[in-house]
Write a protein that binds this ligand. Structure first.
Ligand SMILES: NC(=O)C1=CN([C@@H]2O[C@H](COP(=O)(O)OP(=O)(O)OC[C@H]3O[C@@H](n4cnc5c(N)ncnc54)[C@H](O)[C@@H]3O)[C@@H](O)[C@H]2O)C=CC1
Ligand SMILES: CC(=O)C(=O)O
Ligand SMILES: [Mg+2]
Length: 631
């Protein structure tokens, strides 16, 4: 969150003080006159009433426009003399900011490197702290360039270094020490309306493990995409960190660590903290959507089961990733020139059986089973298309301590033996014997798809074998695109969780690097759910999101190896996904309405009107005309 004075200013907004009738009438008349002027001087936006003036406005990133305050606004808001006299357009402001940012790149002798990315993050973060409108304008206009800074991979580095990088607070922290207080402390947040919360407990940040309180960076990064891609108003997002301690011994001993220096709570004590948080935020903001992010698998599934039927929530790693993977897998089928209905014939080896891997496996099995008629036999037949390898090797029914979530995917021992495989077989053995169509990694182990594994993929029975190296950040990718294309061949379909540049294959051909990341779904799932007012995020709504993403790519693109959209079109794809989610919520009779649009009205909307409703509710980073109004 912004500086303390800004926060206090907004808190004051919430406390209404009755004005004397004459003062109130004068203020209303002045505001109305100013509003009339605003309508004639700006692009027709409704003016925004602010209850502060002078330096308080300049220090408030929600309202600050910096040098873009017009002279009339400067007069109206007591800003004259507090800014350099040259009034700049928002375009000029961005030119000046970008020139400064580009200088950094020119001066970096070794080309892009991690410290360089971190320096860019610092500059963008400072802008975020002083002027949110301009920050999001820069981010949206340069999403391809800056998503890798505010999101994966750099956000991982930011989380790892958060102790040193922390300047101004952003978001809320609920800690184990706050038990019994959450219901009141939730009112310390200055915004009366919150649409989206992204919450983490920091226990598994990307593939970087337990980063404790420093994991707040991932909630902030995900919400940046909510604003940039889904057009959620930045004043209505809330990043949250639930600090129940950390089991990262280095952080426990680090003198500058900002979180609770105790081991993580577990069992009922842990659940009590999360329960209290959920009750508190839904009490204050009954319409909010809560996205669970980067909880270790152990809790990801349990919390999802605990809350999914009673709260408007979803788990991005389990459910968002699943939808993105399904869309990519269907793309891989189409890339072979086959119809999607051939999906149940695909042989898929999955490396990693954590929250993401299991989420993908469940969704893929369900999709296959549905295509096969949704019978018990269909489910059994679908299950036999997957081979799951975790840290202990191939999972079979022979394993003693098999994780209950992975059990449905354990290979039958006899069947495995017939294939020349056994419990604990290595990834390379599995790939050699199975000759899969798809090799999908959600293991958090960089380089897991070694030369031997990729060479084994050359034996794939598919005409277009697919490699999904989905672990984040970049250094955790199971392989690089160079490795995949050079070892398997030019016809490979490649996707990775963090972005890679497309490859010049040297013969006029391009090796396309798709980014297979849940960022293509979670903003649309969140936006569609907010606008529907549904009390839950149903399986049908998630399925609609995945199908929408799968259908987004044209035949030509898919045949060319492009199975995911470019990040440059993330705002468009998010709008489509949100429309599909909202439509499904309406069809399932779950939609209860949002603000001025009630359930009955939502039901009457045509597909085009639903899309229009979504579009009209997406915030854009344009400066509103500000009008002062006394409390
Ligand atoms: N691209 C995307 O949209 C997403 C990517 N991810 C990434 O997926 C990775 C895993 O996330 P979670 O499932 O939540 O983690 P997790 O820690 O719950 O699971 C990791 C799994 O990998 C397995 N594993 C470890 N070493 C292995 C090895 N040598 N061979 C095969 N399997 C091995 C573990 O046994 C475990 O089953 C992370 O890097 C995360 O960033 C997660 C969500 C979305
Ligand atoms: C992308 C994402 O959610 C993850 O890597 O955890
Ligand atoms: Mg995640």
């Amino acid at each position: 969150m912004p500086n303390p004075s800004g926060q206090i200013g907004r808190l004051l907004l919430l406390r209404r003080r009755p004005a004397t009738p004459s003062a109130a009438a004068a203020a209303a008349a002045a505001a109305a006159a100013a509003a009339r002027r605003c309508f004639t001087t700006t692009e027709g936006h409704r003016p925004t009433m602010v209850h502060k003036r002078s330096l308080d406005i300049l220090h408030d990133p929600w309202f600050n426009k910096g040098t873009a305050f017009s002279m009339t606004e400067r007069d109206r808001l007591d800003l004259r003399g507090l800014l350099p006299p040259n009034v700049m357009s928002s375009e000029q402001q961005i030119d000046r900011f970008m020139a400064d940012l580009k200088r950094l790149e020119e001066q970096a002798r070794d080309g892009p490197s991690d410290p360089n990315a971190l320096a860019k993050w610092r500059i963008l973060n400072r802008l975020h702290d002083r002027n949110e409108t301009m920050y999001y304008k820069v981010l949206i206009a340069n999403i391809k360039e800056y998503a890798p800074i505010v999101y994966t991979p750099t956000v991982g580095l930011v989380c790892q270094n958060y102790g040193g990088l922390f300047r101004r607070p952003r978001g809320m922290y609920f800690s184990a020490a706050d038990r019994g207080e959450m219901m009141s402390m939730v009112y310390n947040w200055p915004a009366e309306q919150v649409d989206m919360i992204v919450v983490t407990d920091g226990s598994r940040i990307l593939g970087l493990g337990d980063l404790g309180v420093q994991g707040i960076g991932i909630s902030i990064g995900k919400l940046d995409l909510y604003v940039a891609a889904a057009g959620i108003n930045p004043q209505r997002v809330l990043p949250v960190m639930i600090d129940v301690g950390t089991n990262n011994e280095k952080l426990l001993e680090d003198p500058i660590y900002l979180g609770l220096q105790q081991h993580r709570l577990d069992g009922d004590e842990y659940i009590a903290v999360i329960d209290e948080f959920m009750e508190a935020v839904f009490t204050r903001w009954p319409n909010v959507v809560v996205q669970f992010e980067d909880f270790q698998s152990k809790w990801a599934f349990k919390l999802l089961q605990r809350y999914r039927n009673s709260y408007r929530m979803f788990n991005d790693d389990v459910q968002g990733t699943a939808g993105v993977a399904i869309a990519g897998l269907l793309g891989a089928v189409r890339a072979q020139g086959k119809p999607m209905i051939d999906f149940p014939k695909m042989k898929i080896v999955v490396a990693g059986a954590g929250s993401a891997g299991i989420g993908v496996l469940n969704a893929a099995r369900k999709t296959m089973a549905r295509m096969l008629g949704n019978t018990e036999t269909a489910f059994a037949s679908a299950s036999s298309q997957f081979w799951v390898v975790d840290a202990k090797g191939l999972i079979t029914e022979d394993r003693d301590d098999i994780d209950p979530e992975a059990r449905p995917f354990a290979r039958k021992v006899k069947e495995a033996n017939r294939q020349g495989l056994r419990e604990g077989a290595s990834l390379v053995e599995v790939v050699r014997e199975v000759k899969p169509d798809v090799l999908l990694g959600l293991s958090a182990v960089g380089g897991l798809f070694s030369k031997e594994v990729l060479e084994a993929m050359r034996g794939s029975t598919s005409t277009r074998p697919a490699v999904f190296a989905m672990s984040n950040p970049t250094k955790n990718a199971e392989c690089t695109p160079e490795e995949a294309f050079s070892i398997i061949g030019e016809n490979v379909i490649f996707a990775s969780g963090s972005p890679f540049e497309d490859l010049d294959l040297g013969n006029g051909n391009i090796g396309h690097c798709n980014q297979g990341n849940n960022m293509y779904l979670f903003p649309g799932i969140g936006l569609g759910t907010v606008l529907s007012g549904s009390r839950i995020v149903s399986d049908g709504m998630l399925q609609a999101a995945a199908e929408c993403l799968a259908a987004y790519m044209t035949e030509e693109e898919v045949l060319g190896g492009v199975i995911y959209p470019s990040i440059s079109s993330i705002r468009d794809i998010t709008k489509e996904v949100a429309t599909a989610v909202l439509k499904e919520a309406i069809e399932e009779d779950l939609a209860e309405g949002y603000r001025g649009m009630d359930a009955r009205e939502l039901k009457k909307l045509s597909q085009e009107e639903i899309a229009e409703f979504v579009q009209n509710n997406m915030w854009s980073p344009d400066y509103p005309c500000l009008v002062f109004k006394d409390n």
